[in-house]
Design a protein around this ligand. Structure first.
Ligand SMILES: *Cc1c(COP(=O)(O)O)cnc(C)c1O
Length: 812
């Protein structure tokens, strides 16, 4: 009843809720909010396409066979159908099939570049990267803001040449923030600026616009000369794009010289060089080689099914418009306990002057107005199964203008290591990207509401003091000991527990044999991680000193022909051993984005074992201590702000150290590590783990206690027996240094966490905890922390060891 009313008054398509589960089974359990990236394809589309494919034989066009003729006629019908979808008269427009919108843009740029004197280029600042790149092919190029476009539209050309053609390009809708730009620009710029010999052409990037809005090309006089789009964004399938050319602008393509199969009527080669291009239709001259026949055929099914499920594009537009408003209002109105806004919106409100498509770009600030790291939002969203996009979203001008970043800041960020898609997304206190959520025809109210619920649950500070720390009582009453010691010989694989009574060697790089090996992807050289391959937890290494071997066993299910166990010599020179004829070669690999040179095992038996149990082609690599250059790495851990900004309880204990000055920073950055992510040694404490488990219980999300193993620490510190409840949780955050068995270790800062802590190290199964609770209780400056980095404070001179049960004494 209620949904019928909604439909009547708002245009909300309540039918979507009825067919959603059936048509989009792949969305089961997740919320898809990345329609600006691509849209999911309905099951009926795939079924209908499969039906079409299996009941017809489609040949390569250009021959007389029935199968070839069928392809030719279907393709011509579909070309017409797509033109009609945009109200474009085939006498006035031609449609060229291309791989995607970008290929359409490049086709136009290539043609204009072939003009005798090249071309000048003006593009709107909100252009997608694919439009911006055109500037590299031009004589002169300018990036324009709205005012400058209006000036252009009133006839004042910014370019001096009166002869050279000008291309003006802009997005119908920004892929970054959904802002829509006037379609009238296409006509006014062309008409007002064209003068004398100067021709002005307009290119509309409609890739984002047409996903949620009709595009009406019924009037050739007002239409853009070139319109580009990608079908996968509208229908989810096929992977195909189109360039729609106004016939009046076809002459742009005359200077192009290359010809490929299918585009010529005759070619003479041997004694003379001559050819006759096809002349009737533009598309015949521009579609080189065999067309993507089956992709084009799929468009028939896509158009049919889209109409059946969603009606017209106008209906899609009102449906997404309704949801957009709900999402926008919801995000904008979220407040922290102290009334500060949670979300900073970059997209225009629908009611503002510019019309806006259902795309919302924003960033989150905590209650103290500090920006929340995008990487952090993405980790939690991934865990909670929200599909969103974060970062620069391929819109350089839109991003810099939304975030107020100056070119020098962008360059400075670049030189201090910022790259698209890395974890360092807050540089110098400013965000470098946005969170983008986008809606499509198949989005529902519950998609919107669950996303609002997610942001509200995790990013609202209800009481300003919620995230600040409980007051610390002196913990020196509790006697602390080393509770357990674990070594992870192969990075991201299972741990090896050091047995009680053994003195384990501690080196400046960390505990002996810890993270000395890793698995790298055979193609990319990228180190594999449990985050991507949870089954790595089931690879269990065992250090067998009697035999001098690293034995590795896989405890998950394997097909019968696969070995469960292999072993390799611990010795650094395997050629000394007869049994293995391992020969090392070095390979440039990447660990946490850092380029390293590791030694790669070339024994097929070893590499096959890992590749088969994990189901990914990989190689075992070794990164022994003592390497130079790229065979050596340095610690990156440092004290975090939350550790140093704590006001001590008066009279209780000395202040924790201030952040490292430049000297001590130097020593910490010169601290060597092997393949650990950040530091030589990672430690956690049992009281902190207990506190976390208590929080999880309180949240009602409890499915059994989280084990210490998920944190993959080397050292677990706990009170000596019976005193467990006497030690304050998270005291380790404030320890400047500790002594274990009398040897000094420096604390190097809290350990930042990601959703890898949700992988059960026994079973390799993923869950939501403990990351969800950590995000609520242990987030500082928009990042989540648990445990502490540390390193042995002495040098290489004397051998130092650690043993279970040894006394741990914090230095206060
Ligand atoms: C997606 C998009 C593009 C690029 O589309 P491709 O399919 O990657 O070529 C260009 N412009 C806008 C506005 C887009 O949204």
């Amino acid at each position: 009843m209620e949904t019928t009313t909604r439909q009547g008054t708002t245009g909300y398509n309540a039918k979507v809720e009825i067919f959603r589960d059936q048509e989009y089974p792949m969305l089961n359990g997740c919320v898809y909010l990345d329609h600006a990236g691509t849209t999911p394809y309905p099951k009926s589309l795939m079924d209908r396409f499969a039906q079409d494919m299996t009941s017809n034989l489609f040949g390569n066009p250009h021959s007389a066979s029935a199968s070839s003729q069928l392809s030719t006629s279907r393709i011509e019908d579909i070309r017409l159908r797509v033109l009609q979808f945009f109200n474009a008269d085939p006498d006035e427009f031609d449609l060229v099939f291309v791989a995607n919108a970008t290929a359409g843009i490049k086709l136009v740029a290539d043609a204009l570049r072939a003009a005798p004197d090249g071309f000048d280029y003006a593009y709107h600042y909100a252009s997608h990267t694919s439009l911006v790149g055109v500037r590299e092919e031009t004589r002169n190029s300018l990036c324009l803001d709205d005012k400058e476009v209006e000036a252009l539209a009133s006839g004042s050309s910014p370019f001096s040449s009166a002869e050279r053609p000008v291309l003006f390009a802009y997005p119908g809708q920004s892929n970054m923030d959904g802002r829509r730009y006037p379609l009238s620009w296409s006509r006014t710029v062309r008409d007002k600026c064209t003068s004398g010999n100067r021709k002005v052409y307009t290119l509309l990037d409609a890739a984002a616009l047409v996903c949620s809005s009709p595009l009406d090309l019924s009037c050739p006089d007002t239409a853009p000369d070139f319109t580009v789009l990608s079908f996968y964004k509208i229908f989810g399938f096929p992977d195909l794009g189109a360039l729609i050319v106004r016939r009046g602008a076809e002459d742009v393509f005359l200077p192009t010289r290359y010809f490929g199969g299918g585009t010529v009527d005759m070619v003479v080669c041997l004694k003379e060089q001559w050819h006759a291009p096809k002349s009737q239709f533009l598309h015949e001259r521009l579609e080189h080689g065999t067309l993507p026949i089956h992709n084009i055929i799929a468009l028939d099914s896509a158009l049919d099914v889209h109409k059946e499920l969603f009606g017209s594009m106008q209906e899609v537009s009102t449906h997404t418009g309704f949801l957009h408003k709900r999402l926008y209002r919801g995000l904008k109105s979220l407040r922290h306990g102290n009334q500060n806004s949670v979300c900073t919106m970059y997209s225009p409100d629908q009611d503002e002057a510019f019309e806006a498509g259902p795309v919302i770009a924003f960033n989150i600030q905590n209650g103290q107005n500090a920006w929340v790291s995008l990487a952090e939002v993405e980790k939690l969203a991934t865990l909670k199964n929200f599909h969103i996009r974060t970062g620069g979203v391929c819109n350089p001008g839109g991003i810099t203008s939304a975030l107020g970043l100056e070119p020098w800041e962008m360059k400075q960020n670049f030189s201090s290591g910022f790259r698209c898609g890395t974890d360092n997304d807050i540089m110098a206190g400013k965000p470098t990207g946005v969170i983008r959520v986008s809606l499509g025809a198949m989005s529902t109210i519950s998609d919107v509401d669950s996303f609002l619920g997610f942001i509200s649950e995790f990013y609202r500070d209800l009481s300003p003091s919620l995230m600040s720390r409980q007051s610390l009582r002196p913990s020196n009453k509790a006697e602390l000991v080393v509770h357990s010691i674990s070594i992870y010989p192969i990075k991201s694989c299972g741990g090896f527990e050091v047995p009680p009574g053994i003195d384990w060697e501690v080196r400046p790089e960390g505990l002996a044999w810890d993270r000395e090996w890793c698995l790298v992807h055979q193609g990319t050289g990228q180190a594999l991680s449990q985050k991507r391959y949870p089954k790595m937890a089931l690879i269990r290494p065992f250090l067998d000193f009697e035999r001098g071997e690293l034995r590795v066993r896989y405890v998950g299910p394997v097909p019968s022909h696969v070995h469960r166990e292999i072993s390799l010599p611990l010795s650094k020179n395997p050629s000394l051993f007869q049994r293995l004829t391992a020969s090392f070669r070095s390979k440039a690999s990447r660990v946490c984005g850092e380029e390293i040179l590791a030694q790669i095992y070339s024994v097929p038996e070893i590499n096959n074992f890992f590749s088969e149990v994990l189901g990914v082609p990989c190689l075992l690599a070794r990164f022994p201590p003592g390497g130079q250059g790229k065979s050596m790495r340095h610690s990156k851990a440092h004290l975090q702000k939350h550790q140093t900004s704590l006001a001590p309880v008066p009279g209780s204990f000395p202040r924790p150290p201030s952040p490292p000055d430049s000297d001590s920073e130097k020593t910490s950055s010169e601290r060597r590590i092997l393949l650990a992510n950040e530091s030589p040694i990672l430690a956690i404490t049992l009281p902190s783990l207990d506190a976390l488990n208590a929080e999880i219980k309180r949240s009602g999300n409890h499915k059994g206690d989280v084990s210490a193993a998920v944190f993959r620490a080397n050292i677990v510190i706990g009170p000596s027996s019976k005193q467990r409840n006497q030690m304050e949780p998270y005291a380790e955050d404030t320890w400047p240094s500790i002594r274990i068995g009398g040897h000094k270790y420096e604390m190097l800062g809290s350990c930042r966490r990601c959703h890898m802590v949700c992988i059960n190290q026994e079973t390799a199964e993923k869950s939501e905890e403990p990351f969800v609770t950590l995000s609520k209780t242990r987030r500082f400056d928009g990042k989540v922390f648990f445990g502490t980095h540390m390193g042995y404070a002495g040098g290489y001179e004397k051998v130092q060891t650690i043993r279970i049960g040894e006394r741990v004494e914090p230095d206060w």
